[in-house]
Design a binder for this molecule. Structure first.
Ligand SMILES: Cc1ncc(COP(=O)(O)O)c(C=O)c1O
Length: 368
């Protein structure tokens, strides 16, 4: 596996943090976060110079993350809107359960509201009347998976209803779901393509679906290959990003990266408390388990001792501290001893927000 491994400097910083703080704890590397952002934007703008990136706040809404990023934001709740209130950047407000107070805050922050259903459209029309708004520009989510959005065949009806009520639909949104392969991503784009001739879209928001940089490296795939697919499947249809005599023509793409920006920018440092042997298997019990490292995060967590000791390595099965029989984390091939510190890589996406409060509190976050 090819992972962007922890370098020596990072290991030293984590060791210093571990001297002063109790494990388990998270360590956020703003350097890695900024480097990921730079890399993502560089690749994006080399394909689509005017494309807009809106970081998907739910992935990791820590204030330090939101402050460090220079992108726009994709938001899904009042809490997320509140968290980026002070940032005057490009915002889209998404979700399938928008409440009136959220719609009001989104309007206040001039976020483009993405409609998920006819029911929401009606509610927004009522709110527009109530607030006496003359014009309002909105988006619509195309159903490509799960419970989200509006079916392709219903889009013309949606557009007609919206326009009849004085709403201008300027944005088409779709999201393929998490961590898509190139083949799945092409299939997603082909679904989106069918909605393009239905309207003159000012923005086409393609959500995310990009695997983390760690996963891309592991699979020997590049981010460019994803953008190349967008260009092949949609670029020419839309004349996207083309300019004529200084006047903008065509459509601007929006992307909503989440895990690709944050997954490998955060580490978890935990401690090995107990080594035992059960049924001919070596087992190491750590002080963080599935309460912090949940499978639904869909990342490949990487476990290594913070300080690798010499001596014979052996395969050890890692388990967490919970009194749950399924609290297994993975395996490592190392020379492990009790009291060793173990670093878990790729925990920046969702792990902190999803951490349970069962038996133990959420680990603290430090900057590294
Ligand atoms: C609408 C939308 N956009 C963007 C994202 C971010 O996706 P990822 O973390 O896979 O980049 C999500 C994640 O669920 C999402 O629901």
């Amino acid at each position: 596996m090819v992972f962007p491994m922890l370098d020596l400097q990072e290991r030293k910083k984590l060791s210093r943090l571990a001297e002063k703080n109790e494990t388990p704890f998270f360590a956020l590397s703003l350097e890695r976060l900024k480097a990921n952002e730079k890399k993502f934007l560089k690749e994006l703008h080399s394909f689509f110079p005017k494309a807009q990136a809106c970081y998907s706040v739910k992935t990791n809404p820590l204030p330090q993350v939101l402050k460090a990023l220079g992108t726009g934001f994709e938001l899904a709740s009042l809490e997320e809107l509140e968290a980026v209130k002070s940032k005057k950047v490009f915002k889209v407000f998404n979700g399938c359960c928008k409440r009136e107070k959220e719609l009001k805050e989104a309007l206040k922050q001039e976020a483009i509201i993405i409609m998920d259903s006819f029911s929401e459209l009606e509610k927004l029309i009522m709110l527009k009347k109530k607030l006496g708004l003359k014009k309002l520009e909105v988006g619509v989510r195309l159903n490509v998976e799960s419970k989200f959005g509006i079916e392709l065949r219903e889009i013309p009806k949606f557009l007609a209803s919206a326009e009849q009520q004085g709403l201008k639909v300027i944005l088409l949104h779709a999201h393929p779901g998490a961590g898509k392969s190139l083949q799945e991503y092409r299939q997603f784009l082909q679904k989106v393509k069918k909605a393009l001739p239905l309207h003159s879209w000012k923005f086409v928001d393609l959500g995310s679906g990009f695997p983390s940089f760690a996963r891309l490296a592991e699979q020997n795939v590049s981010l460019q290959q994803y953008f190349q697919l967008v260009k092949e499947e949609l670029g020419t249809t839309l004349l996207a990003e083309h300019e004529s005599k200084g006047k903008e023509l065509g459509t601007t793409f929006i992307f909503e990266p989440g895990r690709i920006l944050v997954a490998d920018a955060m580490f978890l440092v935990c401690k090995l408390h107990c080594l035992k042997e059960l049924n001919n298997e070596k087992i190491a019990i750590l002080d963080a388990g599935i309460n912090v490292l949940q499978r639904i995060v869909l990342e490949n967590f990487q476990f290594t001792p913070l300080i690798e000791s010499n001596g014979a390595k052996s395969v050890v099965r890692l388990a967490g501290p919970l009194l749950f029989g399924n609290d297994w984390l993975g395996t490592t091939n190392s020379n492990l001893q009790e009291k060793d510190l173990i670093v878990v890589e790729n925990v920046g996406a969702y792990c902190h927000s999803l951490a349970w409060g069962v038996s133990y509190k959420k680990p603290e976050v430090f900057l590294v």
